[in-house]
Design a protein around this ligand. Structure first.
Ligand SMILES: CC(C)=CCC/C(C)=C/CC/C(C)=C/CC/C(C)=C/[C@@H]1[C@@H](COP(=O)(O)OP(=O)(O)O)[C@]1(C)CC/C=C(\C)CC/C=C(\C)CCC=C(C)C
Ligand SMILES: [Mn+2]
Length: 389
């Protein structure tokens, strides 16, 4: 069968796209990381999808990738974005207030993510402030379940947060920071779905503290981090000279989010366990002869080291997959992405250097290594598109 045609109604309600779902053989190309993972752990999302006729998490997430890619393709066809052409009657009546809102997003970003903020300074002013607005919305969403008021957060509070999201996408922002994002999503082809999915990830965190297998964990990682990649690329932009398909760039963006979150989980095993949370796949723990009790006990044994080696290997595969897409981004957007990729990947090295003690020793990348990575990231950013796809 050549493919299945689907009508996708874009959430902003102002655009429709005829999306062609690629045939099954094409879809398998996308599963390269999982195929490799199968060799390392003996398990894969694909094998669990075969055992279970329901669709795997990767397939479900892939639909969002296709939808976002279609939205961008549609925008690409329209030559250029209408940046800065809006008039006072377009919704925001006070440009100063809007600029102030974006400046505030920049301040928040500089405070919470210094290196990333520095990287964004290379982007064009329009793109830079749009990425800040997305960053701030993600940070606020994460703070709901991870911040000081987390114990008071209920599913209803998340429903209200989602209602605010709907409103801001429809041009009715609730506060200044929302106003910045509202402006951003009106200018760039950003789909609402990844934002909604991030909120879904926060809901999952409220009700779930164990993951039976990697398929379940993959979905969680997509919700809380893969979504960030899908939100950011429409703003960062794909290089005009890139020969890569839009879809393949989004796959790479998704992979970077998954890699970051897997790394985050491996770094924070002890900290999460003290909050009663174990994100590591239960079936893989069992295969290495480990149980929840071993994690609560926090002893670094050979079983643990072997298990960790396998987990680190998988996280690195997702980083490798992500690398292929960075060079396809707009030249000015590559540096912050390379910097974040190189810095985050080094956390895996730090876990190894700590002899896999992620129970009581926090793996971190020291200042010297951090600064040494910046020129490396810059060098890679200068290299042109790879045309690997
Ligand atoms: C250039 C760049 C890195 C852009 C992303 C900017 C952006 C919008 C970041 C939002 C990050 C955020 C606040 C997410 C909320 C959920 C969350 C906290 C996820 C974890 C991040 C690490 O944060 P931290 O170490 O502070 O974690 P704790 O809260 O302390 O536990 C995550 C692990 C995920 C972050 C995911 C990304 C940064 C994905 C980036 C992917 C891209 C930008 C796509 C790049 C494109 C290609 C083609 C590869
Ligand atoms: Mn967090």
């Amino acid at each position: 069968m050549a493919g299945v045609l689907l009508w996708v109604v874009c959430p902003k309600g102002n655009a429709t796209a005829l999306l062609s779902l690629i045939p099954r053989s094409g879809k398998h190309k996308r599963c390269r990381v999982h195929q490799k993972v199968k060799f390392s752990t003996g398990v894969s999302a694909i094998s669990s999808a075969v055992a279970n006729p329901a669709r795997s998490s990767e397939e479900k997430v892939y639909d969002v990738v296709l939808k976002q890619a279609a939205l961008v393709e549609e925008q690409r066809g329209k030559k250029t974005l209408d940046l800065g052409k809006r008039t006072e009657t377009d919704g925001f009546t006070d440009w100063d207030l809007l600029n102030e809102a974006y400046d505030r997003c920049g301040e928040v970003c500089a405070e919470y993510a210094k290196t990333f903020y520095l990287g964004t300074l290379l982007m064009t002013p329009e793109r830079r402030r749009a990425v800040w607005a997305i960053y701030v919305w993600c940070r606020r969403t994460d703070e709901l379940v991870d911040g000081p008021n987390a114990s008071h957060i209920t599913p209803r509070a998340l429903d209200r947060w989602e209602k605010r999201l709907d409103d801001l996408f429809e041009g009715r922002p609730y506060d200044m920071l929302d106003a910045a994002l509202s402006d951003t999503v009106s200018k760039y082809p950003v789909d609402i779905q990844p934002f909604k999915d991030m909120i879904e990830g926060m809901r999952l965190d409220l009700r779930k503290s164990r993951y039976m297998n990697f398929d379940e964990l993959y979905l969680y990682c997509y919700y809380v981090a893969g979504t960030v990649g899908l939100m950011s690329v429409p703003v960062m932009g794909i290089a005009p000279e890139s020969k890569a398909s839009v879809e393949s760039v989004y796959n790479a963006a998704l992979a970077l989010g998954i890699a970051n979150q897997l790394t985050n989980i491996l770094r924070d095993v002890g900290e999460d366990a003290r909050r009663g949370r174990i994100y590591l796949p239960q079936d893989e723990l069992a295969r290495f002869g480990l149980s929840d009790d071993d994690i609560f006990r926090g002893q670094v044994t050979d079983k643990w080291r072997n298990f960790m080696k396998d987990q680190i290997k998988r996280a690195r595969m997702f980083f490798d997959e992500a690398e292929k897409g960075v060079s396809e981004l707009n030249a000015a957007s590559r540096w912050p992405v390379w910097a974040s990729l190189l810095l985050y990947r080094q956390i895996l090295d730090a876990i190894e250097e700590n002899d896999y003690n992620n129970f009581s020793k926090r793996a971190y990348v020291g200042k010297v290594k951090k600064f040494a990575s910046l020129p490396v990231a810059y060098g890679r950013a200068l290299m042109g598109t790879s045309n690997l796809f």
